[in-house]
Structures are given as structure tokens and as C-alpha cells.
Design a protein around this ligand. Structure first.
Ligand SMILES: Cc1cc2nc3c(=O)[nH]c(=O)nc-3n(C[C@H](O)[C@H](O)[C@H](O)COP(=O)(O)OP(=O)(O)OC[C@H]3O[C@@H](n4cnc5c(N)ncnc54)[C@H](O)[C@@H]3O)c2cc1C
Length: 313
């Protein structure tokens, strides 16, 4: 089996989800080739060898449209004779995967939450209905595309450096159909979708003037800040921080929910988190049922003490 894994990077750093995707592919067995579209530092790309990639192919350029990226990925798969493609879950990854599936005549599954079961054919467990249920999906075509959720496997760290090679692809002009005229970065020091730790708060915080303590805690932890929907609807926080079914879906190693009740629509955006800590005055709050650790108490007393304790560490 030859597996291509599409790599995503930001500001010269490979995203954690991509390292997980390479580690996932490595556990499937076979030769794992990482594919980086666009620029990233060579030493950063070579370090994908630690996660299990034998080789990294870089294709220079800017891949703004999904069509361009899909054409490049399909061409590289053909060039290296790959029968499997793995991508880290994101809206963009699902869109690329779908188009590559058409080009390659491949079977595809997204929101994959476990390694494939190959005892009888090839099937994968996937998360459906915003994480409220699971489906086992059988992939019958010879070529397969898996879009893998975050936190499914631990990142493998014990390999050596991978060989980095420049690849080239022919993108038809028809696929180059997007021109980026400007870019605006989301606020916050750490991007919510990539954060390893998220400190999120809800209506229990009473008003926007009380977010200083949330930002202090996030800063002490190197975390991104998130919020519940009503908080962003009331303009206490920007919409880019709204977490949940109708907002951003996050999958950090640690999600700290402060003064958030735990409505199902909020949980739909956080239930792939590895560990959840809930702080709420109401011991009956729904969120405690999804929590690994809970503190029943007043956020206004707990958060400043927690921040000081973390700073002391
Ligand atoms: C179609 C639809 C889509 C939706 N999508 C989303 C979504 O994507 N994301 C989302 O978040 N919501 C979404 N909602 C809204 C969701 O149903 C809830 O209404 C919302 O999540 C509640 O936000 P909250 O927990 O901040 O507020 P509340 O429900 O008001 O809860 C506040 C919590 O704070 C606690 N609290 C109060 N004071 C303190 C204190 N001093 N210290 C600690 N805790 C305290 C309370 O006990 C309570 O549990 C959606 C709703 C619908 C109908």
C-alpha cells in the first residue's frame, strides 16, 4: 500500500492535525508519502519523518481554489502510484477529498474516528450527526480516501528525518479560478481551530467586561479563547470565537468550559476534544456529563486562582 498524506501548514509550522494524519497513515502500514502544497521550511517538512513519512513531496505555488489543490493531489497520487489518500479533517480537506475521489474513482469517508478494520474488506468508523452517532462505512473501491478527525491517534515521534523532494504538477487554467484580494487574520494569539488548549466561556460570565480573566487564563496556558453562541450573538465576543454546531468545531487536547451550560449544540463542536474540564456553579449543568474533570463553583472566584497557580508552575 502506498499512502499520500496532504500536509497543512500555517506561518511555516506544520499543523498538529497533519502530523496526526501522517501518524495515522503510518499505523495503516505501507509507504507513507507526505504532500505539502505551497511553501514551508525544509527542516519542518523533513521532520514529518519523525511522524512516519518516508518522503515529503513539495509542490510550490499558491493553491487558493479547491479545484487547484484537488488536481495537484490527484496528479501526485498518480505519479507515486498511491492507492490511498489521507487528510486531516477540515471543511477544506473534505472538499479536496471529494474532488480527488471523483478524479481517481475512489471510495471516500470523512469524519473518520478509528483506524480501518481490514479483517473483512476495508471499513472505517465515522462520526455522524455532529458527533451524536457513529457509522461503520465500507469502502469497496481499490483506491480509498480517508478524512481523519483530530485526536484519533497519538502523534508518532520516533522516526528520523524524511527526504524532501520538489514535485511539479500541471494545473489547467480552468482550475485557477480564485484570486485573493486581501486577507484578515482572526483575532487572538492562537488560532482557535489549531489550538491545543481552548479556554471557552459562556453567558455565566455575565458581560463582556469580565473577559479579562478568561484572556489571562488563556495567555497563561498558551491557549485560544472560544465562547458559546449567545455570547457572540450579543457581541460580547467576535463571531470567530463561536464554538458549536453552528460555529467552529474544535478538537484540542484540553477544552476548558467556563460558565457554559453544555447545550447539545455547543457539545457538537467540542466532543472530539481529548480532555474536557467544566467550571460551573450549577452541579446539574449538562456539561458535567461530558466532562473529564469538573469544578462546581463560581468562575469569578476560581479563574483568578487557577491563573495564578498556572503562572506559578
Ligand atoms: C439551531 C441552534 C443552533 C445552536 N448552535 C449553537 C452553537 O453552535 N454553539 C452554542 O454554544 N450554542 C448554540 N445554540 C444555543 C444553545 O442551545 C444554548 O442556548 C447555548 O449554548 C447556551 O449558551 P451558554 O451555555 O453560554 O448560556 P446559558 O445556557 O445561559 O448557561 C450559562 C451557564 O453558566 C453557569 N453560570 C452562571 N454563573 C456562573 C458563574 N459565576 N460561574 C460559573 N458558571 C456560571 C450557569 O449555571 C449556566 O450553566 C444553538 C441553538 C439552536 C436552536
Amino acid at each position: 500500500m502506498s499512502i499520500v498524506v496532504v500536509i497543512d501548514s500555517a506561518d511555516g509550522t506544520i499543523k498538529k492535525g497533519s502530523r496526526e494524519a501522517v501518524s495515522y497513515a503510518t499505523q495503516m502500514g505501507g509507504d507513507v508519502i507526505a504532500l505539502a502544497l505551497g511553501d514551508a521550511p525544509e527542516n519542518e517538512l523533513a521532520s514529518l519523518g519523525k511522524n512516519g513519512a518516508s518522503k515529503v513531496i513539495t509542490v510550490a505555488g499558491e493553491f487558493h481554489s479547491i479545484q487547484e489543490a484537488a488536481t495537484a493531489v490527484a496528479e501526485v497520487m498518480n505519479n507515486v502510484g498511491a492507492d490511498t489518500l489521507v487528510l486531516a479533517q477540515s471543511a477544506k480537506a473534505s472538499a479536496i477529498g471529494g474532488r480527488v475521489a471523483v478524479k481517481q474513482g475512489a471510495s471516500m469517508a470523512s469524519n473518520v474516528v478509528a483506524l480501518p478494520d481490514t479483517a473483512n474488506g476495508f471499513s472505517v468508523k465515522t462520526s455522524i450527526f455532529s458527533g451524536k452517532a457513529f457509522a461503520n462505512v465500507s469502502l469497496s473501491k481499490e483506491k480509498k480516501i480517508l478524512v481523519v478527525s483530530k485526536n484519533v491517534v497519538d502523534i508518532k515521534e520516533d522516526g528520523g528525518d524524511a527526504v524532501v523532494e520538489a514535485g511539479s504538477v500541471n494545473i489547467p487554467d480552468a482550475d485557477k479560478n480564485i484570486t485573493v484580494t486581501g486577507q484578515e487574520k482572526a483575532s487572538g494569539d492562537v488560532l482557535l481551530t489549531d489550538a491545543d488548549i481552548v479556554v471557552s466561556a459562556g453567558r455565566g460570565l455575565k458581560g463582556p467586561e469580565n473577559w479579562g480573566m478568561i484572556e489571562d487564563l488563556a495567555k497563561a496556558l498558551g491557549a485560544a479563547t472560544g465562547c458559546s453562541k449567545p455570547v457572540s450573538d450579543m457581541d460580547w465576543r467576535p463571531h470567530s470565537e463561536h464554538v458549536g454546531q453552528t460555529g467552529i468545531k474544535v478538537a484540542p487536547t484540553l477544552y476548558i468550559a467556563i460558565g457554559i451550560s453544555g447545550a447539545i449544540q455547543h457539545l457538537a463542536g467540542v466532543n472530539s476534544s481529548k480532555h474536557i474540564v467544566v467550571i460551573n456553579t450549577d452541579e446539574e449543568a449538562l456539561f458535567f456529563k461530558a466532562a473529564d474533570y469538573g469544578i462546581v463553583g463560581d468562575a469569578f472566584e476560581i479563574i483568578p486562582q487557577l491563573t495564578e497557580a498556572i503562572k506559578a508552575l
